[in-house]
Design a protein around this ligand. Structure first.
Ligand SMILES: Cc1ncc(COP(=O)(O)O)c(C=O)c1O
Length: 387
Protein backbone atom coordinates (compact mmCIF):
# COMPACT_ATOMS: atom_id res chain seq x y z
CA UNK A 1 0.00 0.00 0.00
CA UNK A 2 1.47 3.33 -1.06
CA UNK A 3 0.55 4.96 2.22
CA UNK A 4 2.93 2.66 4.09
CA UNK A 5 5.82 4.43 2.42
CA UNK A 6 5.16 7.29 4.81
CA UNK A 7 5.87 5.16 7.86
CA UNK A 8 7.74 7.28 10.35
CA UNK A 9 10.29 5.39 12.44
CA UNK A 10 10.31 6.85 15.93
CA UNK A 11 12.11 3.88 17.46
CA UNK A 12 15.67 3.84 18.78
CA UNK A 13 16.90 1.98 15.73
CA UNK A 14 16.67 1.34 12.91
CA UNK A 15 16.32 5.08 12.47
CA UNK A 16 15.11 7.00 9.38
CA UNK A 17 17.56 7.14 6.46
CA UNK A 18 18.07 10.38 4.49
CA UNK A 19 17.26 10.38 0.76
CA UNK A 20 20.90 11.01 -0.22
CA UNK A 21 21.97 8.00 1.82
CA UNK A 22 19.29 5.80 0.22
CA UNK A 23 20.58 6.85 -3.19
CA UNK A 24 24.13 5.95 -2.19
CA UNK A 25 22.88 2.51 -1.09
CA UNK A 26 21.27 1.85 -4.45
CA UNK A 27 24.47 2.33 -6.48
CA UNK A 28 26.11 -0.67 -8.19
CA UNK A 29 28.62 -2.31 -5.86
CA UNK A 30 32.32 -1.92 -6.69
CA UNK A 31 35.25 -4.24 -6.02
CA UNK A 32 36.32 -4.08 -2.41
CA UNK A 33 40.00 -4.33 -3.38
CA UNK A 34 39.75 -1.46 -5.87
CA UNK A 35 41.52 1.89 -5.48
CA UNK A 36 38.10 3.55 -5.55
CA UNK A 37 36.95 1.56 -2.52
CA UNK A 38 40.25 2.13 -0.70
CA UNK A 39 39.77 5.88 -1.13
CA UNK A 40 36.31 5.51 0.37
CA UNK A 41 37.67 3.56 3.35
CA UNK A 42 40.30 6.23 3.88
CA UNK A 43 37.80 9.09 3.94
CA UNK A 44 35.18 7.27 6.04
CA UNK A 45 37.86 6.24 8.56
CA UNK A 46 38.91 9.88 8.96
CA UNK A 47 35.29 10.95 9.37
CA UNK A 48 34.68 8.18 11.91
CA UNK A 49 37.64 9.49 13.94
CA UNK A 50 36.10 12.96 13.75
CA UNK A 51 32.75 11.64 15.01
CA UNK A 52 34.42 9.70 17.83
CA UNK A 53 36.69 12.68 18.64
CA UNK A 54 39.68 10.36 18.65
CA UNK A 55 43.06 9.64 17.12
CA UNK A 56 42.47 5.93 17.81
CA UNK A 57 41.68 3.46 15.06
CA UNK A 58 37.94 3.17 14.41
CA UNK A 59 37.31 -0.17 12.72
CA UNK A 60 34.30 -1.12 10.64
CA UNK A 61 32.83 -4.59 11.15
CA UNK A 62 30.09 -6.12 8.99
CA UNK A 63 27.64 -7.11 11.71
CA UNK A 64 25.23 -5.45 14.12
CA UNK A 65 26.20 -3.51 17.24
CA UNK A 66 26.48 -6.69 19.30
CA UNK A 67 29.34 -7.85 17.03
CA UNK A 68 31.34 -4.80 18.10
CA UNK A 69 30.44 -5.43 21.76
CA UNK A 70 31.62 -9.03 21.52
CA UNK A 71 34.75 -7.99 19.60
CA UNK A 72 35.60 -5.53 22.38
CA UNK A 73 35.62 -8.30 24.94
CA UNK A 74 37.28 -11.13 23.02
CA UNK A 75 40.11 -8.96 21.71
CA UNK A 76 41.23 -7.43 24.98
CA UNK A 77 40.51 -9.98 27.73
CA UNK A 78 41.49 -13.52 28.69
CA UNK A 79 39.66 -16.46 30.23
CA UNK A 80 39.02 -15.97 33.95
CA UNK A 81 39.75 -12.22 33.90
CA UNK A 82 37.90 -10.26 36.55
CA UNK A 83 35.74 -7.47 35.13
CA UNK A 84 33.12 -5.03 36.40
CA UNK A 85 29.87 -4.90 34.41
CA UNK A 86 27.45 -2.03 34.92
CA UNK A 87 23.86 -3.19 34.59
CA UNK A 88 20.76 -1.01 34.67
CA UNK A 89 18.81 -2.31 31.70
CA UNK A 90 18.59 -4.80 28.87
CA UNK A 91 21.85 -3.81 27.23
CA UNK A 92 23.82 -3.82 30.47
CA UNK A 93 22.40 -7.30 30.93
CA UNK A 94 23.73 -8.21 27.49
CA UNK A 95 27.26 -7.18 28.54
CA UNK A 96 26.99 -9.52 31.53
CA UNK A 97 25.84 -12.37 29.27
CA UNK A 98 28.67 -11.88 26.76
CA UNK A 99 31.28 -11.61 29.52
CA UNK A 100 30.04 -14.78 31.24
CA UNK A 101 29.81 -16.66 27.95
CA UNK A 102 33.54 -16.09 27.46
CA UNK A 103 34.42 -17.27 30.95
CA UNK A 104 35.11 -13.91 32.58
CA UNK A 105 34.56 -13.40 36.29
CA UNK A 106 31.91 -10.71 36.51
CA UNK A 107 31.47 -8.28 39.38
CA UNK A 108 28.07 -6.76 38.72
CA UNK A 109 27.35 -3.16 39.67
CA UNK A 110 23.67 -2.63 39.11
CA UNK A 111 20.96 -0.11 39.56
CA UNK A 112 17.22 -0.38 39.23
CA UNK A 113 15.95 -0.08 35.63
CA UNK A 114 15.07 3.58 35.00
CA UNK A 115 17.79 4.86 37.33
CA UNK A 116 21.41 5.57 36.41
CA UNK A 117 24.46 3.61 37.53
CA UNK A 118 26.04 5.28 40.54
CA UNK A 119 29.64 6.33 39.74
CA UNK A 120 30.49 6.09 43.47
CA UNK A 121 29.85 2.31 43.33
CA UNK A 122 32.50 2.02 40.60
CA UNK A 123 34.89 4.26 42.53
CA UNK A 124 34.57 2.08 45.64
CA UNK A 125 35.20 -1.26 43.90
CA UNK A 126 38.07 0.14 41.82
CA UNK A 127 39.77 1.81 44.81
CA UNK A 128 39.50 -1.40 46.83
CA UNK A 129 41.24 -3.36 44.05
CA UNK A 130 44.76 -2.87 45.42
CA UNK A 131 46.06 -6.00 43.65
CA UNK A 132 44.88 -4.60 40.30
CA UNK A 133 42.93 -7.74 39.52
CA UNK A 134 40.14 -5.92 37.65
CA UNK A 135 41.01 -5.97 33.98
CA UNK A 136 38.09 -4.01 32.57
CA UNK A 137 35.05 -1.94 33.42
CA UNK A 138 32.27 -2.66 30.95
CA UNK A 139 29.12 -0.55 30.67
CA UNK A 140 26.43 0.98 28.51
CA UNK A 141 26.42 4.75 28.00
CA UNK A 142 22.84 5.28 26.77
CA UNK A 143 20.66 2.43 28.08
CA UNK A 144 18.12 2.18 25.26
CA UNK A 145 15.74 -0.14 27.12
CA UNK A 146 14.94 2.45 29.79
CA UNK A 147 15.92 5.81 28.26
CA UNK A 148 18.68 6.43 30.81
CA UNK A 149 22.06 7.99 30.13
CA UNK A 150 24.80 6.86 32.49
CA UNK A 151 27.48 9.26 33.72
CA UNK A 152 30.27 7.85 31.59
CA UNK A 153 32.56 10.83 32.08
CA UNK A 154 32.70 10.40 35.87
CA UNK A 155 32.88 6.60 35.75
CA UNK A 156 35.71 6.76 33.22
CA UNK A 157 37.62 9.17 35.47
CA UNK A 158 37.61 6.44 38.18
CA UNK A 159 38.74 3.84 35.66
CA UNK A 160 41.58 6.16 34.69
CA UNK A 161 42.55 6.55 38.33
CA UNK A 162 42.70 2.73 38.71
CA UNK A 163 45.18 2.89 35.84
CA UNK A 164 45.27 -0.75 34.72
CA UNK A 165 41.60 -1.55 33.99
CA UNK A 166 40.36 -0.91 30.46
CA UNK A 167 37.08 0.89 29.80
CA UNK A 168 34.86 -1.04 27.39
CA UNK A 169 31.76 0.93 26.52
CA UNK A 170 28.57 0.45 24.51
CA UNK A 171 27.94 3.84 22.90
CA UNK A 172 25.43 2.38 20.44
CA UNK A 173 22.75 5.01 21.11
CA UNK A 174 24.95 7.84 22.36
CA UNK A 175 27.46 8.27 19.54
CA UNK A 176 26.10 10.79 17.09
CA UNK A 177 23.50 11.97 19.60
CA UNK A 178 25.52 13.50 22.44
CA UNK A 179 29.09 14.32 23.29
CA UNK A 180 31.31 11.21 23.47
CA UNK A 181 34.86 12.60 23.39
CA UNK A 182 36.69 9.29 23.24
CA UNK A 183 40.23 10.66 23.73
CA UNK A 184 39.33 13.27 26.34
CA UNK A 185 37.49 10.69 28.46
CA UNK A 186 40.21 8.05 27.84
CA UNK A 187 37.75 5.46 26.57
CA UNK A 188 39.67 2.36 25.49
CA UNK A 189 37.06 0.38 23.59
CA UNK A 190 33.93 1.98 22.19
CA UNK A 191 31.27 -0.03 20.34
CA UNK A 192 28.48 1.37 18.17
CA UNK A 193 26.16 0.38 15.32
CA UNK A 194 25.06 1.83 11.99
CA UNK A 195 21.26 1.86 12.41
CA UNK A 196 21.35 4.50 15.14
CA UNK A 197 22.91 7.98 15.14
CA UNK A 198 24.78 7.14 11.93
CA UNK A 199 21.51 7.40 9.94
CA UNK A 200 22.17 4.33 7.79
CA UNK A 201 20.46 0.91 7.76
CA UNK A 202 21.52 -1.95 10.06
CA UNK A 203 24.53 -4.02 9.06
CA UNK A 204 27.69 -2.24 10.17
CA UNK A 205 29.21 -1.83 13.59
CA UNK A 206 32.13 0.29 14.69
CA UNK A 207 34.77 -0.16 17.32
CA UNK A 208 37.42 2.26 18.44
CA UNK A 209 40.50 0.85 20.15
CA UNK A 210 43.03 2.85 22.19
CA UNK A 211 46.74 2.10 22.37
CA UNK A 212 46.13 0.51 25.77
CA UNK A 213 43.43 -1.72 24.25
CA UNK A 214 45.84 -2.84 21.49
CA UNK A 215 48.44 -3.66 24.13
CA UNK A 216 45.87 -5.83 25.91
CA UNK A 217 45.11 -7.49 22.56
CA UNK A 218 48.68 -8.83 22.52
CA UNK A 219 47.96 -11.13 25.48
CA UNK A 220 44.23 -11.76 25.05
CA UNK A 221 43.55 -15.50 24.71
CA UNK A 222 39.80 -15.66 24.08
CA UNK A 223 38.83 -17.49 20.86
CA UNK A 224 38.27 -15.31 17.82
CA UNK A 225 38.57 -15.48 14.08
CA UNK A 226 36.13 -13.30 12.09
CA UNK A 227 36.18 -10.74 14.90
CA UNK A 228 39.94 -10.79 15.45
CA UNK A 229 40.55 -7.04 15.34
CA UNK A 230 44.26 -7.38 14.62
CA UNK A 231 43.30 -8.44 11.07
CA UNK A 232 41.10 -5.35 10.73
CA UNK A 233 43.90 -3.10 12.00
CA UNK A 234 46.41 -4.62 9.58
CA UNK A 235 44.00 -4.21 6.64
CA UNK A 236 43.23 -0.64 7.62
CA UNK A 237 46.89 0.26 7.06
CA UNK A 238 46.16 -0.21 3.35
CA UNK A 239 42.60 1.18 3.65
CA UNK A 240 41.15 -2.24 3.26
CA UNK A 241 39.16 -4.88 5.08
CA UNK A 242 40.13 -8.48 5.88
CA UNK A 243 36.87 -9.92 4.49
CA UNK A 244 34.33 -8.74 1.92
CA UNK A 245 32.75 -5.67 3.52
CA UNK A 246 29.15 -4.54 2.97
CA UNK A 247 30.28 -2.26 0.13
CA UNK A 248 26.96 -0.46 -0.32
CA UNK A 249 26.63 0.24 3.38
CA UNK A 250 30.05 1.88 3.19
CA UNK A 251 28.75 4.09 0.34
CA UNK A 252 25.88 5.01 2.65
CA UNK A 253 28.18 5.62 5.59
CA UNK A 254 30.35 7.93 3.54
CA UNK A 255 27.32 10.02 2.59
CA UNK A 256 25.89 10.07 6.11
CA UNK A 257 29.19 11.11 7.67
CA UNK A 258 29.50 13.93 5.14
CA UNK A 259 26.03 15.12 6.15
CA UNK A 260 27.05 14.96 9.81
CA UNK A 261 30.19 16.99 9.16
CA UNK A 262 28.10 19.57 7.36
CA UNK A 263 25.73 19.88 10.31
CA UNK A 264 28.61 19.95 12.80
CA UNK A 265 29.02 17.99 16.03
CA UNK A 266 27.73 20.73 18.32
CA UNK A 267 24.63 21.29 16.22
CA UNK A 268 23.91 17.55 16.18
CA UNK A 269 24.14 17.44 19.97
CA UNK A 270 21.99 20.59 20.37
CA UNK A 271 19.32 19.12 18.08
CA UNK A 272 19.13 15.90 20.08
CA UNK A 273 19.04 17.77 23.39
CA UNK A 274 16.27 20.05 22.15
CA UNK A 275 14.18 17.12 20.95
CA UNK A 276 14.72 15.24 24.19
CA UNK A 277 13.47 18.24 26.21
CA UNK A 278 10.52 18.85 23.88
CA UNK A 279 9.34 15.24 24.15
CA UNK A 280 9.95 14.73 27.85
CA UNK A 281 8.19 17.96 28.83
CA UNK A 282 5.29 17.37 26.47
CA UNK A 283 4.83 13.87 27.89
CA UNK A 284 4.53 15.35 31.37
CA UNK A 285 2.03 17.94 30.12
CA UNK A 286 -0.05 14.98 28.90
CA UNK A 287 -0.19 13.52 32.41
CA UNK A 288 2.04 10.62 31.45
CA UNK A 289 5.09 9.73 33.53
CA UNK A 290 8.66 9.45 32.34
CA UNK A 291 10.05 6.02 33.11
CA UNK A 292 13.61 7.26 33.66
CA UNK A 293 14.78 9.66 36.33
CA UNK A 294 14.55 13.15 34.89
CA UNK A 295 18.21 14.04 35.63
CA UNK A 296 19.50 11.24 33.40
CA UNK A 297 17.31 11.23 30.29
CA UNK A 298 18.93 9.72 27.22
CA UNK A 299 19.35 12.08 24.23
CA UNK A 300 18.12 9.39 21.87
CA UNK A 301 15.11 7.67 23.41
CA UNK A 302 12.37 8.59 25.88
CA UNK A 303 10.60 5.83 27.80
CA UNK A 304 7.05 6.63 28.86
CA UNK A 305 5.12 4.94 31.64
CA UNK A 306 1.55 4.35 30.51
CA UNK A 307 0.21 3.18 33.90
CA UNK A 308 -3.32 1.82 33.37
CA UNK A 309 -3.17 2.10 29.55
CA UNK A 310 -1.81 -0.99 27.78
CA UNK A 311 1.30 0.32 26.05
CA UNK A 312 1.13 -2.31 23.30
CA UNK A 313 -2.45 -1.37 22.38
CA UNK A 314 -1.47 2.28 22.49
CA UNK A 315 1.46 1.71 20.09
CA UNK A 316 -0.75 -0.29 17.77
CA UNK A 317 -3.31 2.52 17.58
CA UNK A 318 -0.63 5.09 16.80
CA UNK A 319 0.85 2.88 14.11
CA UNK A 320 -2.54 2.18 12.48
CA UNK A 321 -3.86 5.69 12.72
CA UNK A 322 -0.75 7.79 12.10
CA UNK A 323 1.85 5.48 10.53
CA UNK A 324 4.25 6.30 13.34
CA UNK A 325 6.16 3.39 14.80
CA UNK A 326 6.98 3.62 18.51
CA UNK A 327 9.00 1.02 20.41
CA UNK A 328 7.57 -1.14 23.16
CA UNK A 329 8.99 -2.09 26.53
CA UNK A 330 11.39 -5.02 26.79
CA UNK A 331 11.09 -7.97 29.17
CA UNK A 332 9.07 -7.11 32.29
CA UNK A 333 8.36 -3.65 30.84
CA UNK A 334 6.38 -5.02 27.87
CA UNK A 335 2.89 -3.49 27.91
CA UNK A 336 3.91 -1.06 30.65
CA UNK A 337 5.97 1.48 28.74
CA UNK A 338 6.42 2.72 25.21
CA UNK A 339 9.60 4.31 23.92
CA UNK A 340 9.92 7.21 21.52
CA UNK A 341 13.15 7.14 19.51
CA UNK A 342 14.49 10.59 18.57
CA UNK A 343 17.88 9.57 17.32
CA UNK A 344 19.60 10.30 14.03
CA UNK A 345 17.73 11.77 11.08
CA UNK A 346 14.93 13.37 13.10
CA UNK A 347 13.66 16.92 12.63
CA UNK A 348 11.32 19.27 14.49
CA UNK A 349 8.35 18.14 12.38
CA UNK A 350 8.84 14.55 13.55
CA UNK A 351 8.68 15.71 17.15
CA UNK A 352 5.53 17.77 16.59
CA UNK A 353 3.89 14.85 14.78
CA UNK A 354 4.67 12.25 17.40
CA UNK A 355 3.40 14.43 20.26
CA UNK A 356 0.26 15.26 18.26
CA UNK A 357 -0.33 11.56 17.61
CA UNK A 358 0.13 10.68 21.29
CA UNK A 359 -2.19 13.56 22.34
CA UNK A 360 -4.85 12.57 19.83
CA UNK A 361 -4.81 8.97 21.03
CA UNK A 362 -5.07 10.02 24.67
CA UNK A 363 -7.96 12.34 23.77
CA UNK A 364 -9.78 9.45 22.07
CA UNK A 365 -9.25 7.35 25.19
CA UNK A 366 -10.72 10.15 27.30
CA UNK A 367 -7.49 10.46 29.29
CA UNK A 368 -6.86 14.14 28.62
CA UNK A 369 -8.81 17.27 27.70
CA UNK A 370 -8.38 19.32 24.52
CA UNK A 371 -6.81 22.01 26.70
CA UNK A 372 -4.12 19.60 27.84
CA UNK A 373 -3.52 18.47 24.25
CA UNK A 374 -3.04 22.12 23.27
CA UNK A 375 -0.72 22.69 26.22
CA UNK A 376 1.47 19.76 25.20
CA UNK A 377 1.91 21.22 21.72
CA UNK A 378 2.70 24.62 23.23
CA UNK A 379 5.42 22.95 25.32
CA UNK A 380 6.89 21.32 22.22
CA UNK A 381 6.84 24.62 20.31
CA UNK A 382 8.57 26.42 23.17
CA UNK A 383 11.43 23.92 23.16
CA UNK A 384 11.71 23.75 19.39
CA UNK A 385 12.07 27.53 19.15
CA UNK A 386 15.39 27.27 20.98
CA UNK A 387 18.30 26.84 18.64
C1 LIG B 1 22.44 0.38 23.84
C2 LIG B 1 22.44 -0.69 22.80
N1 LIG B 1 23.44 -1.59 22.82
C3 LIG B 1 23.52 -2.58 21.94
C4 LIG B 1 22.55 -2.74 20.99
C5 LIG B 1 22.63 -3.93 20.11
O1 LIG B 1 22.79 -3.62 18.84
P1 LIG B 1 22.37 -4.64 17.67
O2 LIG B 1 20.93 -4.96 17.81
O3 LIG B 1 22.70 -3.76 16.50
O4 LIG B 1 23.25 -5.81 17.78
C6 LIG B 1 21.49 -1.84 20.91
C7 LIG B 1 20.42 -2.00 19.91
O5 LIG B 1 19.32 -1.55 20.05
C8 LIG B 1 21.44 -0.79 21.84
O6 LIG B 1 20.45 0.10 21.82
Amino acid sequence: MAIQEKLSLMIPGPTPVPEKVLQALSKHPIGHRSKEFQDLVESTSKNLQWLHQTQNDVLIITGSGTAAMEAGIINTLSKGDKVICGENGKFGERWVKVAKEFGLEVIKIDSEWGTPLNPEDFKKVLREDKQKEIKAVILTHSETSTGVINDLETISSFIREHNTALSIVDCVTSLGACNVPVDKWHLDVVASGSQKGYMIPPGLSFISMSQKAWEAAETSNLPKFYLNLKSYKKSLLSNSNPYTPAVNLVFALDEALKMMREEGLDNIFIRHEKHKLAISNAVKALNLKLFADEQCLSPSVTAVNTEEINAEEFRKTIKNKFDILLAGGQDHLKGKIFRVGHLGYINDRDILSVISAISNTLLDLGKITTIQAGEALAVVSKHLEKN
